[in-house]
Design a protein around this ligand. Structure first.
Ligand code: EPZ
Length: 418
């Protein structure tokens, strides 16, 4: 496994840019299965998870050409409708391919994606929605077999605004003969990007970004090109990297309103932030102030930024209360922070952070993507050297992260092996 070696204590200062969004790329790559033609995608981040998604499409029969952020996907010949189990297990978000296969081929076979370090990650809402759409769902030897003659246009009321379930319903209903309505739909910007992509191909989807989405079935989709939106979580991560080190950053290729809850909390913590159309300037204060955080579905504070803002608040004067309302096990990284001298106590879904004391570098282990990113920020602000192990988790979701941090003055290098 690879590690990052970080010599902390340096203020991060300068310019950086945000790559394409991982969580917009994955459903849009899956949606290419619906096209039955050739799709060109731009600004796709070159990270493990997009590579995995493309691997699955290739396994199903698509022809893929990749040249850094530009990808050409030819889905004329989809020969298979089974998502390989070992790929499902490696990346649970591949469950959204099921919706695309059901939309295109009226059948899909896949396995339970399995939990990960942040929670059980069930897919009951996906399965319930497929059944309400008339899909026959059976389980056989750990596999889920779906088939349907015709998708039944209907209204699906989600018990929880699940991002993945919303995306799966959108993909499965694109070719239905009528209107499908999603109530209590997820409102994340990635859902809007998926709607924009589908409509560019000729689908008729409206309402993304609100809690009610309507999909009017169409007969065929056309070949298109599409540019993926910037990654709002990477944007928040880079802003917090400047904030935690007492530095400043000019962040380009960002959509500020996608991270307004993060901007507002960093301002409450004392950061001076100027926002322009695709640009954010942040200057950190000498000492950050404690703030309270509650993670919520969009447009609330994003759960994917919870570990990153919590780590930042370890440097703030005073006590911050962070409540994680989305995933049941998303505080694991705090035990690693406490080994660096942080003072975080966990009570159920609440983390109490007694901030202000500088952390001290040591050897820490990443166990999930955003928790791992948080450990990097801890290393950047700590005294001395930090070794963050298992960085493969982090490479899943951040493109060229160490290069971006180095260009801001960070002393961080990637070390192969144990
Ligand atoms: C997406 O995951 C993101 N992943 C996650 O980002 C993000 O944390 C999450 O949305 C919430 O914003 C991608 O887009 C690839 P959910 P998803 O379905 O779709 C429960 C990252 O770090 N739930 O909105 O899996 C679930 O257990 C990743 O980039 C059910 O109970 O999230 C969780 O508690 C991590 N049953 C909550 O809903 C279901 O059928 C939110 O899950 C589905 C979900």
């Amino acid at each position: 496994m690879k590690s990052y070696i970080i010599d902390g204590g340096k203020k991060l200062e300068g310019e950086s840019y945000v790559s394409g969004s991982k969580n917009a790329s994955l459903p849009i790559i899956a949606a290419c299965i619906l096209s039955g033609g050739v799709t060109k995608l731009y600004n796709v981040p070159d990270i493990h998870d997009t590579k995995m998604m493309l691997e699955i499409l290739k396994n199903l029969g698509c022809k893929i050409k990749r040249n850094s952020g530009k990808i050409i996907i030819d889905s004329k010949k989809i020969k298979k409708y089974e998502i390989p189990e070992h790929l499902m297990r490696q990346m649970r978000s591949s469950v959204i391919i099921a919706g695309a296969l059901i939309g295109r081929l009226k059948k899909a076979t896949f396995s339970y994606p399995g939990g990960c370090d942040i929670g059980a990650r069930p897919i009951d809402l996906h399965i319930k929605a497929f059944k309400e759409m008339g899909v026959n769902v059976e389980e056989e030897a750990g596999k889920i077999l779906c088939n349907v003659d015709e998708i039944k246009p209907t209204k699906i009321q989600l018990d929880f605004p699940s991002v993945g379930a919303t995306e799966n319903i959108m993909l499965a209903s694109v070719f239905s003969k009528g209107e499908t309505i999603i109530g209590n739909a997820a409102m994340e910007p990635e859902i809007v990007d998926l709607q924009n992509f589908l409509n560019r191909m000729g689908a008729k989807v409206t309402g993304a970004g609100t809690n009610e989405i309507k999909i009017e079935g169409v007969y065929k989709l056309k070949d298109v090109s599409y540019k993926i939106m910037p990654d709002r979580i990477e944007a928040g991560t880079l802003l917090c990297a400047a904030a935690i080190t007492g530095g400043s950053i000019k962040l380009k290729n960002v959509i500020p309103e996608h991270i307004s809850p993060v901007i507002s909390k960093l301002q409450d913590a004392g950061c001076n932030i100027q926002v322009y159309e695709h640009l954010i300037y942040l200057v950190a204060p000498k000492k950050l102030k404690a703030v309270d955080i509650k993670t919520m579905p969009y447009p609330g504070f994003p759960t994917d930024m919870q570990s990153i803002i919590t780590t930042t608040l370890c440097q703030a004067k005073g006590t911050s209360i962070i409540i994680e309302n989305i995933f049941e096990n998303r505080f694991k990284y705090t035990s690693e922070l406490n080994r660096m001298g942080a003072k975080i106590t966990i009570e159920g879904k609440t983390a109490i952070v007694k901030g202000g004391k500088k952390m001290v570098g040591t050897i820490v282990e990443a166990s999930d993507l955003r928790g791992g990113a948080a450990l990097i920020l801890a290393g950047l602000s700590a005294k001395g050297r930090t070794k963050v192990k298992n960085v493969e988790y982090i490479l899943r979701g951040y493109e060229h992260l160490e290069n971006k941090l180095q260009s801001l003055g960070a002393k961080i290098t990637l070390e192969e092996g144990e």
